[in-house]
Design a protein around this ligand. Structure first.
Ligand SMILES: *Cc1c(COP(=O)(O)O)cnc(C)c1O
Length: 427
């Protein structure tokens, strides 16, 4: 399918346009089953022995999830993808599919609040240390890398400060030290950005946001570019016999055509199969409905958000505004030429109290006050008192979460209605 444009792939990739193989259903069916019948005992034995490929049990195989994984892989230009129960699980199981106790990670310090807590407070309990560095500070990244480092982690556009990561710079450092570059691209789904084109080895999305696009479910996905060489002995999980999968050495013992996607296969057969972060097929089906219109929606999100940023910048009650293509025009021209996404952050004059008052005034006509982004509906939140309230003042400042910062996720409503609501609430 790769000859087709992204808009076409969003509608068709991963599915045979002639319909479902069993029923000819044109829409992707939801396969609500826990297990799959064996024709007979020999068939079951052949499936378990990998002499024949086929479905066994839905913790690790489901045709609905499979269409979604293939579709996202096609949109990102990757070789394979795995769906998981949440974006958070996609991040955790990506890191633990590369690093083990004693290993380290170098990550940007402007991460989504939940990811920051996972890296800062939870991975250390598993013996994995994360070194945080200011985004795009490549001297700091170089200084943080040592012989125990196993991956670089960055968000394409950080949350909530909306800094654009200079991915080419990160990719150059990753190549120099032979480390995989992992990019959480949730804020910039295709066709805004294809991080693999800029050197990412693994691309993660929370499907719960713009890809699903309707605030109707939780899910995550990891796309494997299929380009990283895992035979470097420092990646012990790929070079030592894997007790989690019959002693297989994932960098060496897979058949040649599967070697490039060793990461993805290990994530499926060790992470998902035996640790269980499986995406429910009903959620996968919801996300498939969203993906079909992703290119249309994300263009409108970006157009509306840019108009909101320009409007707020001229408002007397607004202290400052941040929108990626306005605050970092050069990086935006390079990485986000098709639009800079649906997020706008700004400071309300008067500090935290006024920011909270504004959010309360805006809540309830079009905008909803809640902890989500990437819905077709416009959303507002005051991060310092909610999503990021567990962080210390110092970590808040490092992540760019100022007390007066209001975060808007701009929906696909008519722009005149959105602007009128913002003016009403500021008034
Ligand atoms: C929401 C989000 C996540 C977490 O995804 P869930 O699906 O909510 O677990 C991770 N990273 C970013 C950038 C997000 O916006």
């Amino acid at each position: 399918m790769s000859k087709f444009h992204l808009e076409t792939l969003a509608v068709h990739a991963g599915q045979n346009p002639k319909g479902d193989p069993a029923t000819y259903a044109r829409a992707v069916p939801v396969y609500r089953t826990t297990a799959y019948n064996f024709r007979d005992s020999k068939h079951g034995a052949d499936l378990f022995g990998l002499r024949e490929l086929g479905n066994i049990y839905a913790r690790l195989m489901n045709p609905t999830n499979d269409v979604l994984a293939q579709r996202i892989a096609a949109l990102e230009g990757g070789a394979a993808a795995q769906t998981l129960a949440s974006g958070t699980a996609a991040i955790f199981f990506t890191v633990t599919n590369i690093a083990r106790a004693g290993d380290e990670v170098v990550a940007a310090d402007n991460l989504y609040g939940g990811t920051f807590s996972q890296f800062d407070a939870i991975l250390p309990n598993a013996g994995i240390k994360v070194n945080f560095t200011p985004v795009n500070d490549f001297a700091a990244v170089e200084a943080a890398i040592n012989e125990r480092t196993r991956l670089l982690f960055v968000e394409s556009v950080g949350n909530p400060a909306l800094d654009i990561a200079d991915l080419d710079g990160y990719a150059a450092i990753a190549r120099k030290h032979h480390l995989p570059l992992v990019v959480d691209a949730t804020f910039t789904p295709p066709p805004l950005l294809r991080a693999i084109d800029h050197g990412a080895d693994l691309v993660i999305h929370s499907l719960s946001k713009w890809i699903g696009g309707h605030g109707a479910g939780i899910g995550g996905v990891v796309v494997d570019a299929g380009k990283f060489d895992w035979t470097d002995p420092k990646f012990a999980l790929y070079n030592e016999p894997d007790a989690g999968y019959h002693g297989l050495r994932f960098a060496h013992d897979l058949p040649d055509p599967l070697k490039p996607v060793a990461f993805s296969l290990r994530l499926l057969t060790v992470g998902i199969r035996n640790q269980g972060p499986t995406l429910a097929p009903d959620a996968a089906w919801i996300f498939l409905q969203g993906v079909e219109s992703l290119p249309l929606r994300i263009a409108r999100h970006s157009e509306n958000a840019l108009a909101v940023a320009k409007h707020l910048a001229a408002h007397p009650k607004v202290a400052w505004v941040k929108y990626p293509s306005l605050s970092q025009p050069e990086l935006a021209a390079k990485y986000l030429p098709n639009g800079a996404g649906g997020m706008v952050v700004f400071g309300v004059k008067g500090g935290a109290d006024e920011a909270r008052r504004f959010a309360d005034a805006l809540n309830g006509e079009i905008f909803s006050l809640l902890a989500n982004v990437g819905d077709a509906k416009s959303l507002v939140i005051h991060p310092a008192s909610t999503t990021h309230s567990q962080l210390s003042d110092e970590d808040l400042r490092k992540g760019g979460v100022l007390p007066e910062l209001v975060r808007l996720s701009i929906g696909i409503e008519h722009i005149d209605d959105i602007l009128a609501e913002l003016d009403r609430a500021l008034g």
